[in-house]
Design a protein around this ligand. Sequence first.
Ligand SMILES: [Zn+2]
Length: 203
Amino acid sequence: MQIPSRLIEAAVEEFAKLPGIGKKTALRLVLHLMESPEERSFNLSENLSKARRDIKHCQRCYTLSDEDLCTICENPLRDQNTICVVEGLRDVLAVENTLQYRGLYHVLGGVIAPIQRIGPEDLTIDALVRRIPAEQTKEVILALSPTMEGDTTAFYLTRKLKPFGIKITTIARGIPLGGELEYADELTLGRSIATRTIYDQQQ
Ligand SMILES: [Zn+2]
């Protein structure tokens, strides 16, 4: 693709570095901005720079936040005795979108992955362990990816949290709603059989 402007080409290259954006889409976005009022481009870059500069991690749950404490941690209506442990902010958003959870979170910042040299000390596990007695946590829900790394992390966390005598649960993993059994891969199906629940509880 030959672009007759180095300025546009440079902008397209930046957009194309974003996940899910190919060069064609990047060009479409840049051309749209070039044809829009100048302030739109200005606002876009200004807001992004400001967010990138000022964003921090919540001091309690480590999700991204504008303030020292995020809006979830600050909300007194949330169940203060339950912590849902997730890998990253995307998972917080995914669980929030279900509207099924009213407790707090703890963002690990990844999972234990020996091959990538990510050990427990690279994650916020110590901070999580400190929260349990400090916040009188009653239940920790492990909502980690059903991967080998996710399972390793869940196993490690369970060992660390067991001495506190709290309830440790993990999200049920299984067949997607509306999914047909025959199309589920055997790993998913096998796991959903292994983690089956009493039928009455699903009603
Ligand atoms: Zn928080």
